[in-house]
Design a protein around this ligand. Structure first.
Ligand code: SP5
Ligand code: ZN
Length: 365
């Protein structure tokens, strides 16, 4: 008998809508640049995994219950409606403003205790739930944002139903989004929503391991006061000049009931496989100590040496080892975050998922 070729046996949850978000660049330090969070990322990832035999599973539409448990309803409504308001006011047609980009941000320092208002003008309101100038909104953005949430929720359903692993090919990414503020090329926090869904389906404790090159400040703050969801992250040191600059430091350990349930391991620019995996090993031990019933992995592939958005130098072998480690923690939902070098993205994803298959005891290709 001929041996069947063994495929990568991890469901890849996919929403076609993810292609509809075209940020059309990012305004960085006052200048609009092409930007790297492009639709082609999703196609490259899907095709590389499909070629390795991974089943492509369509995202199933979900209601808003879990989404609105994680996020402020005002943020969700804002994202759903701001493009239509922007267009209605004529910013694209009359003023050449083809994307929503805020210019005033109501920081705590600006308001100094004033009651928060919702400005009637959409160009004023644009900064109400946003904290940077790099995270643009266009006509197809909301469909993609919501599609990414459905992908995360579908992957969480699969794991809650007994699958050892599921991968949500989320685009746009999510881990920079707090309860009520978006930024960092992210709009809704897909990984946090997956974690909340796992909890709702019966997991008593969830561990989130974030191996994106950047600190997942949004996920950290969503669960900062909670002991039921532990968050650990490996990322380039924000103090060395890297986004998100204001969070991701080792001293951030959680608050109140969540004290001790947050762990940051900032790494020096230039860190490669050996030190990255040593740090991941330490995260693994801490995550295991909380005895999670389920795991969410914020799978950013931008720690790779080839990536234009980070100075970390991880290889495919590093990602394969990381996949092996995190999947050994328990049933895991892998959620796509960053990763921007189109030439190497597919190989990195295949490496990470192959490692995860090994770690979960599935037959690896
Ligand atoms: C999900 C995720 O990985 N978000 C990362 C957002 C960080 N973006 C910072 C962009 C800074 C401007 N990019 C200039 C690239 C020059 N090589
Ligand atoms: Zn990143």
């Amino acid at each position: 008998m001929r041996e069947q070729p063994v495929g990568l046996n991890i469901p890849v949850v996919w929403s076609e809508d993810c292609l509809r978000h075209e940020p059309g660049g990012e305004v960085w330090l006052g200048v609009r640049e092409p930007g790297t969070e492009v639709p082609a990322r999703a196609l490259v990832l899907r095709d590389a995994l499909a070629v390795r035999g991974a089943p492509i599973v369509p995202a199933r539409p979900h209601g808003d219950e879990i989404l609105r448990a994680v996020h402020d309803g005002g943020l969700v409504d804002h994202l759903a409606g701001v493009w239509a308001a922007w267009e209605k006011e004529g910013y694209p047609a009359q003023h050449g403003r083809d994307r929503v980009v805020p210019y005033v941000f109501p920081t705590p320092g600006m308001l100094a205790g004033l009651e928060p208002r919702v400005p009637p003008a959409v160009h004023g309101r644009a900064g109400l739930y946003c904290y940077d100038t790099m995270t643009l909104i266009g006509p197809g953005s909301w469909a993609a944002i919501r599609g990414a949430v459905d992908a995360a929720l579908t992957a969480a359903d699969l794991v809650s139903a007994g699958a050892p692993l599921a991968y949500a090919l989320c685009r746009p990414p999510g881990h920079h989004v707090t309860r009520a503020a978006y930024g960092g090329s992210c709009y809704l926090n897909n990984a946090a929503i997956a974690a909340q869904a796992l909890r709702a389906a019966g997991a008593g404790r969830v561990a989130i391991i974030d191996i994106d090159a950047h600190h997942g400040n949004g996920t950290q703050m969503i669960f900062y006061d909670r002991a039921d969801v532990w968050y650990g992250s490996l990322h380039v040191d924000p103090g060395a000049g890297w986004f998100p600059h204001y969070a991701g430091y080792a001293a951030e350990r959680g608050r109140g009931e969540g004290d001790g349930f947050n762990r940051n391991l900032p790494l020096a620019p230039g860190t490669g496989d050996a030190d990255w995996l040593t740090a991941l090993d330490a995260l693994y031990d801490e995550a295991r100590a909380v005895e999670p019933d389920a795991v969410v992995v914020s799978l950013g592939l931008d720690a790779a040496a080839s990536d234009p958005e980070s100075p970390l130098c991880v290889t495919e072998a590093g990602y394969r080892a990381a996949g092996r480690m995190v999947a050994a923690l328990g049933p895991a939902v892998l959620v796509q975050e960053g990763g921007y070098d189109l030439a190497s993205l597919g190989g990195l994803a295949v490496a990470a998922l192959s490692g995860a298959a090994e770690g979960a005891g599935l037959r690896a290709p």
